[in-house]
Design a protein around this ligand. Sequence first.
Ligand code: 5GP
Length: 124
Amino acid sequence: MSSIFSKIIAGELPCYKIYEDDKVMAFLDINPEVKGHTLVVPKVEVDKIYDLSEVDWVALWAAVKKISAHMEEVTGRRTIYEVIGVDVPHAHVHLLPFDETWEHGKTLSLSEDEFNSIREKLAM
Ligand code: 5GP
């Protein structure tokens, strides 16, 4: 059975997409810990990030670098990373524009309009 992220990548489930290339897709986390909380996901479905092939690993971190730089330019905030992977068994990196209110595990409740306007700002 496909992971929830594979279904998003295949277009079977919706997301607020901010980036895509042939190996990677990035979209807003549906339970954001800060505004702009983004997940960068390899298109190939592997559970643990360190099980990615060399090629997919490089593509993932190259996309993370590119998106972080853009995120910092747009938000004026330093981008921080989390790699957790206990909820969704499909490797991914969390990108968060850091602000002082950030607390790991504490989520914001955003309206669809807010998600859409954040997506528009961050989309590449
Ligand atoms: P982790 O596996 O790194 O512990 O957490 C998985 C992350 O994926 C969580 O932050 C959760 O909010 C996010 N997530 C789970 N399901 C969905 C979904 O259907 N759409 C989006 N955009 N994010 C999701």
